[in-house]
Ligand binder design. Structure first.
Ligand code: 16G
Ligand code: ZN
Length: 530
């Protein structure tokens, strides 16, 4: 019986009585020194998940993304590289909260019985982690659990979150998606980039600067850049000090730039030079630049989505191929971006609740689904139907053949498992090069409405219940009516309030025709909510 083994192994990873753990939007995430028992229990869940899916390989990623260095976290990756199925988030929460080692073994068995899982069949797990100091010890807690239930595992060491998603998909598709290791990732993306640039005689307009948040994106980008070669990929890499753990996400990274609306101090660039920032596990990307007057300009997830959608739409048109292209956003998308997609690009827009799994799911409804959160997390999904159409079409003119060829390679450039900063970075560089655009031309597509995000401390955030993709509150009862009345007074006004999924607070977002009005609207809505 594995139960004695589970109990014995678990006794080295005891759960403190006063803690309640929850598998949230981004897995388990907390102060690293609290995570040890959770890691052990996640190991049991990963093994069960693999056994449930006929021994498909499951991924475990140890990371806390853009959080401070003292935090860490863990999330599970399903066989095709997607996020864990929601029902299993609940099972993970249940197992992580079992009070004693015996109770844990009993919960493990209960779950196996309930889901009819044969716990004697083989279980396969692949593991990755970011650069945090706490990583190796947490890895040990995880593998202790995997050993206790006899699961097979491969440790891929320090990799980005999207690299681990990629590896999982490669393994489960038996290499069809690519070679299942870190180098296979550089080869797949790098080769696609080379073909889209070199073969078409296209060049990056200028060198650009990438801030790697002093995290795992740094070694990965160095390796990717080396594989591609500096003749066609000119990049200045800053904030790549992964040997100084306290610098992770400190005064740098995508989240810093997005919230502070300024360059990270290490990015010393001239006006009009484009810059990009990754986050601590390289699944978010944003671009920005200082304009000719030195004013900071952000090119966020909305700008990346519109750039990608218009480029793919153009290629599809030139290739004379009928693809149903759509864009998925959240309520945080700037109203100007939504207007631009609908009115100028003529594409449908779906709005979903915050959290990548919602956007990803909605994007599957299109032949080509472009999804991005404003914070820079997103990707492009090509359906099997679209891929088949693109592969099978026989071109009738050289122009059509050229566009079709680009479209085929473009599919390989994009990590379709999950938002991937490095893949998105290559995508943006390719598009800018093909359009002969600098940051200004890109930025000129549309002008963001002034907006303001406010964090409001409340006694109980769970009383805030939303509908309509979080754009409207249904509870507490009178709040939405008050917000509606207020918004009417502002030109181009829009505002909403929702409980954060990651912090104990309510977030208020407001936009309006002028900066002053956006700020005032946000402040007044915050007063209603508080
Ligand atoms: C998580 C989500 C991110 C979302 C953020 C919102 C994933 C992998 N991550 O980090 O997409 O933007 O939560 O945070 O889904 P909030 O609920 O605190 O506003
Ligand atoms: Zn991240």
């Amino acid at each position: 019986m594995p139960h004695e083994k589970i109990i014995e192994a678990s006794s080295k990873h005891p759960k403190p009585a006063d803690r309640k753990f929850t598998y949230g939007t981004a897995g388990f995430r907390m102060k690293a020194d609290l995570l040890d028992p959770v890691m052990f229990r996640v190991g049991l869940v990963a093994a069960l998940r693999s056994q449930k899916l006929n021994s498909a390989t499951i991924g475990v990623m140890i990371t806390a993304s853009h959080n401070v260095p003292a935090d860490n976290g863990v999330k599970l990756v399903d066989p095709m590289g997607e996020m864990l199925e929601p029902a299993w988030e609940v099972y993970s929460t249940t197992l992580s909260n079992a009070a004693t080692d015996e109770e844990l073994a009993a919960e493990y068995q209960k779950l196996a019985d309930q889901l009819k899982i044969d716990t004697t069949r083989s279980a396969k797990v692949v593991i990755g982690r970011d650069t945090r100091e706490s990583g190796p010890a947490l890895l040990k807690a995880l593998t202790d659990a995997l050993d206790a239930v006899g699961a097979e595992y491969e440790d891929h060491g320090i990799v980005t979150t999207p690299q681990l998603h990629y590896i999982v998909r490669c393994i489960n598709t038996h290499g069809l998606y690519g070679n299942p290791h870190e180098n296979g990732y550089y080869e797949k993306l790098g080769d696609a980039y080379k073909q889209l640039m070199k073969a078409h005689g296209v060049k990056q307009p200028t060198k650009f600067t990438v801030d790697c948040a002093n995290g795992v994106g740094a070694p990965a980008l160095h390796k990717l850049a080396e594989y591609i070669g500096s003749d066609i990929f000119q990049v200045e890499i800053v904030n790549d000090q992964i040997n100084e753990p306290s610098k992770l996400n400190f005064q740098c990274g995508a989240d810093f730039v997005k919230t502070q609306q300024r360059l990270p101090p290490a990015s010393k660039v001239e006006n009009m030079v484009r810059c990009a920032s990754l986050d601590g596990d390289a699944d978010r990307l944003i671009y920005y630049y200082n304009d000719d007057k030195g004013n900071f300009r952000l090119l966020d997830g909305d700008k990346i989505a519109t750039l990608a959608a218009s480029f793919i739409g153009g290629l599809a048109k030139d290739a004379n191929i009928d693809l149903n292209i759509g864009v998925v956003q959240t309520a945080y998308a700037n109203g100007s971006s939504t207007d631009y997609i609908k009115k100028i690009l003529g594409l449908p827009v779906i709005c979903t609740p915050t959290g990548v799994k919602h956007l990803h799911h909605a994007a599957l409804a299109f032949d080509v689904g472009v999804y991005f959160e404003a914070n820079g997390h997103g990707t492009v999904l090509f359906s099997n139907n679209a891929i088949e159409k693109i592969q099978e079409l026989e071109p009738e003119s050289p122009g059509q053949a050229e566009s079709l060829k680009k479209l085929r390679i473009f599919i390989d450039l994009i990590n379709q498992t999950v938002g991937d900063a490095l893949s998105d970075l290559l995508m943006v560089e390719v598009i800018l090069a093909h359009k002969h655009w600098g940051p200004k031309e890109w930025d000129n597509n549309y002008t963001d409405l002034p907006n303001r995000l406010v964090r409001v401390e409340v006694t109980d955030r769970t009383v805030f219940k939303t509908t309509d993709a979080e754009r409207r509150l249904i509870e507490p009862a009178t709040v939405q009516k008050k917000i509606d009345e207020l918004v009417l007074k502002y030109s181009k006004g829009r505002a909403f309030a929702r409980a954060s999924g990651t912090e104990d607070a309510v977030r208020v977002y407001a936009e309006a025709a002028t900066r002053g009005e956006a700020e005032e609207l946000a402040r007044l809505v915050a007063e209603i909510v508080a």
